[in-house]
Design a protein around this ligand. Structure first.
Ligand code: SAM
Length: 273
């Protein structure tokens, strides 16, 4: 008797669940409902939706020198157009968007464009997203959003490119600024930022100490008692000169090494100490 009552209760629960699911599905997908269409300027969690114009999207991917080996992540991906534009170039990509309707819409657009196998979208908060696999981040966000994301950007592999439509990152000078042409309205300027390797600190270079100070890709410092000059840092690639000797090399973690040219020639190596 007890078992029978328990069985009836389970059946009732399963039926109730089934009816509820069917009701919710019917509510969200009623025949005759208009398909979801986003409106320019519609509100978003931390920034409204305004789409990147197509010529600007293409310019962003050009500025980042994307290749099919890249993996693109758009934070606040809207209707998915930046990820879809990359996918049409054969590049895999992923969009993180807070608005679930926009996520569905982007998936539909990717399928229509025939690139659903290369372009994926997920509902989520961009500040929480895992971006560790990105080699290129094409973004259209406000400077204040970008500022919050900078600590995450700096954990990315050196050389990762961040290409931004219209807005700059406070205090970080872009590596390049380019203009899109054609029908790009107010949104034609693209800023490229290249994630720099961590270079700051003291390094033992032969018998001498190389001391570097770093602000993003800008480096200054001394080798022994001489100031280094013409110093540049492009991802992992470091260059500087001391007098008439030029040092060109790569930073790999706690080691940097490369070639010397100019007054002397040969190879050099330094270890962080
Ligand atoms: C200016 S639009 C850019 C859309 C797209 N990246 C483009 O370039 O066309 C910003 C997008 O970010 C989304 N968004 C706002 N706050 C967000 C958050 N915290 N996490 C994820 N997406 C967010 C908005 O819903 C909107 O779709």
């Amino acid at each position: 008797m007890k078992n029978l009552r328990f069985g009836a209760a389970v059946t009732l629960a399963v039926l109730t669940l089934g009816v509820t699911v069917a009701f919710v599905q019917a509510q969200s997908n009623r025949p005759g409902d208009k398909p979801y269409e986003p409106r320019k300027g519609q509100s978003g969690k931390d920034v409204i939706w305004v789409p990147t114009p197509d010529p600007t999207a293409e310019k962003m991917l050009d500025a980042a020198r994307t290749t099919p080996d890249d993996y693109v992540i758009d934070l606040g991906s809207g209707d998915g157009r930046l990820v879809i534009a990359a996918a049409k170039r054969g590049i895999r990509g992923h969009g993180v968007e807070f608005n679930p309707d926009m996520v569905e819409y982007a998936r539909k657009k990717a399928a229509e464009a025939g690139v659903a196998d290369k372009a994926s979208f997920i509902q989520g908060d961009m500040y929480e997203a895992d971006i560790s696999k990105a080699t290129v981040l094409p973004l259209f966000l406000l400077s204040e959003n970008l500022e919050r994301l900078v600590p995450k950007f700096l954990t990315l592999k050196p050389g990762t490119r961040i290409v931004i439509n219209g807005y700059q990152i406070y205090g970080w000078e872009p590596d390049q600024t380019v203009l899109a042409e054609g029908d790009c309205g107010y949104w034609c300027t693209v800023y490229l930022y290249i994630v720099p390797a961590p270079a700051e600190g003291t390094w033992q270079l032969g018998e001498q100490v190389l001391t570097l100070k770093q602000e993003y890709q800008k480096i200054t410092g001394t080798l022994g008692k001489s100031a280094i000059e013409n110093a540049t840092l492009n991802g992992n690639e470091i260059r500087f000169s001391v007098g008439r000797t030029q040092y060109m090399g790569r930073i790999e973690g706690a080691e940097m090494k490369g070639r010397i040219a100019g007054a002397r020639s040969g190879v050099w190596m330094a270890r962080k100490g």
